[in-house]
Design a protein around this ligand. Structure first.
Ligand SMILES: [Zn+2]
Length: 493
């Protein structure tokens, strides 16, 4: 019973078609795309979109260019950006002078290794020394239109400033990232991240730029968020992996089956390693009947910097905005592609506050192999943890994410876990608390034995395993705190 209005392609007025023919760009000779199901979308402004709804790419020329073109683009951007930092920022000018380097010495991307590192402490110290925004800034304050702020462990908020151009670049990148994960103008999107000072908040504007109907949900209480998801038949949300899991469990407790009763089919997650742990992602996907896409972002640098395409094989990096080095944290030397190392980031365009060789403390691995989706940008294969989260137990490195993948694989476990490290008689002792799904305690010995065996084979570490009844461990709603390291706790708590 198809009616004409559903299937008729949009036909441009004659004058418009003649103008297109005269301008003779090959793209303008392609047939107009079929009209979307809703013939008059709410967000029909052509300026708001780069791509037609049936295009696979937001910016095909950029996203599918050769690796050699990526390298050329990055080098040209970096040369200009270092000059901008040198002339605009008193800090960089002094630090590079002291290190005996100058932007004019950068002839290849590898030359960047001659420039000194910065880190969170330097950013914080320079902000205190030259308040309110610090002398890493390379533009006058009147050119800055937005800051996000992150508090960090010392409680001193550090600001990340943006000029209008930086902000526009960021939002266009967000739209590109959402597009690569399959978000389209027909979607209804609930942005469920904190808006208060948090750089994740404005990412919602990327969904709006793409044309999706966007709901600024923020950190609504779970019951209200579930009501919103239901009332507006929301098709996509963005939250943390632990909150996606918590929200799904909350729904089930209220008699709502997320897979059957809700319309959410895409979940973007960020903020914790869980989104890149296949077992965690698959459990959230099964709970919601949805696809889960991991995103990575860092408030000091940009908004989100990388995200999964529909292949979900690593996270495509915002390579035109940020250059990545993966280094051995001890020696500072680059590790081989695919190996784990500390990620060091350099902005290529962000003019308000260039970040040149910022040590993130995140342990990652990357690849530049082409992706099956057709995009050629570098991909993060995983954020394996933070240097801060890395536990050294009897000389062996272990990340909470290693434990998580085991906890999420065993269907008789809820997937919740906690690591407790003590020093007993001068020896490290690791206890892992896990939760069984059933109320039946008779399976505990078997579950503990199986978990201990898997943990030992994956990490090489022996641990005491405590199996707890369901719903014992606290459900963290946003950033989950999974480690209690009591070794340096002089208060004996
Ligand atoms: Zn891809």
């Amino acid at each position: 019973m198809a009616t004409a209005s559903f299937a008729t392609p949009r036909v441009a007025p004659l004058a418009e078609r003649q103008a297109a023919l005269l301008s003779s760009s090959p793209a303008s000779l392609e047939p107009a795309p079929a009209a979307p199901l809703l013939a008059t979308p709410l967000s029909a402004s052509p300026a708001a979109r780069r791509s037609s709804p049936d295009s696979r790419f937001w910016n095909a020329a950029l996203e599918t260019q050769s690796r050699a073109d990526w390298e050329r683009l990055k080098l040209a951007s970096l040369q200009a950006h270092l000059q901008h930092a040198y002339f605009g920022s008193p800090y960089y000018r002094a630090a590079w002078y002291a290190a005996g380097v100058h932007p004019s010495q950068l002839k290849t991307l590898d030359d960047l290794r001659r420039f000194p590192f910065i880190n969170k402490k330097i950013v914080r110290d320079r902000q205190l020394a030259a308040p309110p925004l610090g002398d890493l800034c390379a533009v006058p304050e009147r050119d800055i239109v937005y800051i996000s702020a992150s508090s960090g462990s010392t409680g001193v908020p550090t600001a990340s400033p943006f000029t209008q151009q930086d902000f526009d670049d960021w939002i266009d990148y967000e739209a590109r990232q959402f597009w690569s994960s399959g978000l389209r103008p027909e979607d209804r999107y609930a942005h469920s991240l904190n808006f208060s000072l948090f750089v994740g908040g404005p990412c919602v504007l990327g969904a709006q730029k793409l044309g999706a109907l966007s709901i600024h949900a923020g950190t609504l209480p779970s019951e209200r968020l579930l009501t919103v998801l239901r009332q507006f038949s929301v098709t996509a949300i963005w939250t943390t992996p632990s909150y996606a899991w918590y929200l799904g469990e909350t729904a089930i407790k209220q008699g709502i089956d997320p897979a059957r009763d809700l319309s959410v089919r895409r979940i973007f997650v960020a903020g914790e390693p869980g989104g890149s742990i296949p077992e965690t992602r698959q459990r959230i996907e099964a709970l919601w009947g949805a696809s889960v896409y991991d995103y990575y972002g860092l408030s000091d640098i940009f908004g989100s910097c990388a995200g999964m395409c529909e292949e979900k094989n690593g996270l495509h990096w915002a390579e035109d905005h940020i250059h990545v080095e993966v280094l051995d944290p001890e020696s500072g030397e680059p590790v081989a592609e695919g190996e784990r190392g500390e990620m060091v980031l350099t902005t290529l365009k962000k003019s308000a506050r260039p970040m040149i060789r910022f040590r993130t403390g995140d342990i990652v691995s990357v690849t530049t192999e082409p992706c099956a989706c057709g995009r050629t940008s570098m991909r993060l294969l995983g954020v394996h943890g933070r240097l801060d989260d890395m536990l050294i137990i009897k000389g062996v490195n272990i990340f909470p994410s290693d434990v998580e993948s085991i906890a999420r694989k065993d269907k008789q476990l809820t997937g919740e876990y906690k690591l407790i490290v003590r020093r007993v008689a001068h020896l490290d002792e690791l206890t892992v608390q896990i939760e069984r799904v059933s109320a039946d305690a008779s399976v505990d010995a078997e579950l503990a034995g199986r978990f201990a065996h898997h943990l030992k084979s994956v990490t090489g570490v022996s641990a005491k395993i405590e199996v707890l009844p369901p719903d014992t461990l606290p459900r963290e709603t946003h950033k989950a705190k999974r480690v209690d390291d009591q070794r340096n706790n002089v208060w004996g708590k």
